[in-house]
Design a protein around this ligand. Sequence first.
Ligand code: SAH
Ligand code: SF4
Length: 367
Amino acid sequence: MTSHAESDPFPQASTGRRPIELLGGPPEETLIRIGAFMEARAAPPYRTEQVRAWVFDRRIRTFEEATNLPKELRAALDREFSLTPLEPAHVARSRDGTVKHLWRLADDEQIESVLIPTSDRLTLCLSSQAGCALGCTFCATGHFGFRRQLSGAEISAQFRDASRFAESEWQRPVDRIVYMGMGEPLANLEAVQVSLDVLHRGFGVGARRITISTVGLVPGILTLASRPEQFGLAVSLHAPDHELRASLMPIERRHPLPELLEAIREYASLRGRRITFEYTLIQDVNDRPGQARRLAGLVRGLPAFVNLIPFNPIPFVDWRPSSAERMAAFARTLQERGVQAALRTPRGRDIAAACGQLRLEAREPAA
Ligand code: SAH
Ligand code: SF4
């Protein structure tokens, strides 16, 4: 059970009271709280349903927007509850249509989310932590280090505020959510689980349209596997053997490949879903034919799909993305061995919104 007080980033020093974050707990609990609030004020019970509809269907950011509620009731709701409005500190638009939001949180921390439109769908990539502690060598977020955990409400509010933007700019709903922004979702498991509850059962996003991407934290994968929903799982692999993976991703030392693959097998069989492997192709580091063959050997037999992503250059290392020929050959080697794989085109590179490029440009690296 999640404590609302614990994840509440809006302490009110003057009164000692903190407003309850409506996006900070399972929606069923939130409705019970609103119901109790209405009862205490002798307001008619249908007001609870009205508030639910405003919060989750109409996606209000302030109670001001709930125009069919009496003014005094809105003011009272505002004193008691918070909707965790995120302040858009910056909006960057890519030539390819991708839009990156920089959100300022209540304590001035900043996080990013990215909207990625294609002809047939609109994907939102959201952040689960401010920074990241896991230090993958190819990732800009990793180089900047960890700042703090996000609350479940802060994660969910990115969806609400980015989808409001999409509706008003493009008249399009967000129809897919990926936890591929800043941070490692399974290193912030409690808040991420709250956000899954809020996005799925509150805002009504289908579980199969939500994908959690992980560096490979085995306990978190097993926790997700035990949930009833069919959330998508993406695992960042990036190397077919222990030595290379450990040099790119320190987590490999804590949860080596055999243990990781076992957890993935469990997820796939319990949840009945194919796993996505993310493999970033870095010139002359992990893109050789022999490495493609080893990768095929590793994932063959798993219900898996391999996404091949050209490395997105970052300022901290002088690696380059693999050439088009190498990438095509890598994909072919996998496919010839019965492994499903596809080459992905990075989006939003010109605004540093592509995978692994999210970082706070105005900030110094964490010490
Ligand atoms: N922490 C999670 C999710 C956030 S990173 C994870 O690691 O999976 C989202 C994806 O971007 C991951 O697959 C990550 O490996 C990848 N990535 C990181 N840096 C990258 C870069 N410079 N180029 C391409 N992909 C990168
Ligand atoms: Fe963290 Fe993922 Fe970046 Fe690794 S790739 S440093 S886990 S955000």
